[in-house]
Design a protein around this ligand. Sequence first.
Ligand SMILES: O=C(O)CCC(=O)C(=O)O
Ligand SMILES: [Fe+2]
Length: 366
Amino acid sequence: MAGGDGGSREGVQWPEPIQRVQKLAASSLDALPEKYVRPASHRAPLNAPLANLPVIDLSGLADPRTHSSTVQQIGDACTEWGIFHAINHGIPLSLIHRVQQVSKELFDLPYEEKEVYANKPGLPVGYGSHLGASNSGTMDWSDYFFHQLRPSTSYDADSWPAKPAAYRETVAEYGKQVYSLMRMLLLAVAENLRVDFSSVEEAFGGKDGFRLGFRINYYPPCPQPALALGVSSHSDPGVLTALLQDEVGGLQVRKDGTWYSVGTTQDALVVNVADQLEIFSNGRYNSVEHQVFPNTNRVRMSWATFLGPALDSVVSPAQQLVDQQHPPLYEGSLYREYISNVFKKGNNGKSYVRSHSLNKSASTMC
Ligand SMILES: O=C(O)CCC(=O)C(=O)O
Ligand SMILES: [Fe+2]
């Protein structure tokens, strides 16, 4: 079975049988099964205040009269929150609605048809319910489908469901459009950081080196949401993430130690800074820590597109951002090792990026 650079889906097995949360939730549970109960210190706040996140009109980038102020808004959002709502992002709404439709049809298929694409520990590509290589710890209340869209060498034909018929083509088209948007955002980032765009490209593996991953997250209704997490706390490991969410809500972000809930701005994308961009910006930008609070009555879905560096990139603070007043705050790290650690160990707040911090007092903060 071809595995692209994601490896093969044969081989290592999960230590315990994988339980699909969608199936569990459909079995009329009265209480949350033990495996999903978080220790009290890791539960989400019930009434997290709404985050007053910037809403940025990305069409402003193309207009010479608003270009600079839009770049400034993007830079400020990346520094202050590490996340913002992007409106007028240029991705056709008809395409977004088709992605949502084929994704719903996929999750509505019988389990036997989805299990053909079941993923393996340490390799997220395919149908999954757990990220780390061990499924013996506390589990997240969600299932997902993950695809690696770029580079072309990572293409794994076997991980693409045959049904619904329009799925592969629709997701591939969405991936192309989000990739163009990500490149536009990176141009704005380069301008804001006052770093040549060619240095940004080089840092992440060259023009054709970028990776693009796509994950559909499926959060079934949860019998005791206060005890569980849909996705446990983490920052995304790559460069930038563009998230599409439905109207249900549940995403929370942590800023200065406080959890806030993120609103659902219709037809907007939520864009967030991920770890490699925090490192490259030498800490000017903040990869946002986030988690998902489950819903009692409704299924929630979200669609995350992850831009990441080439596996062989060693990402360090940009040279232009380091001088005597601004010493490097992170050591360089090989992305192949970084990501494989995340896939092995699973979500763990901002621990991965902090483990590369040269400022040890910051690295011990939680
Ligand atoms: O579902 C969400 O709102 C967030 C999902 C997420 O954090 C992820 O897929 O990395
Ligand atoms: Fe995430």
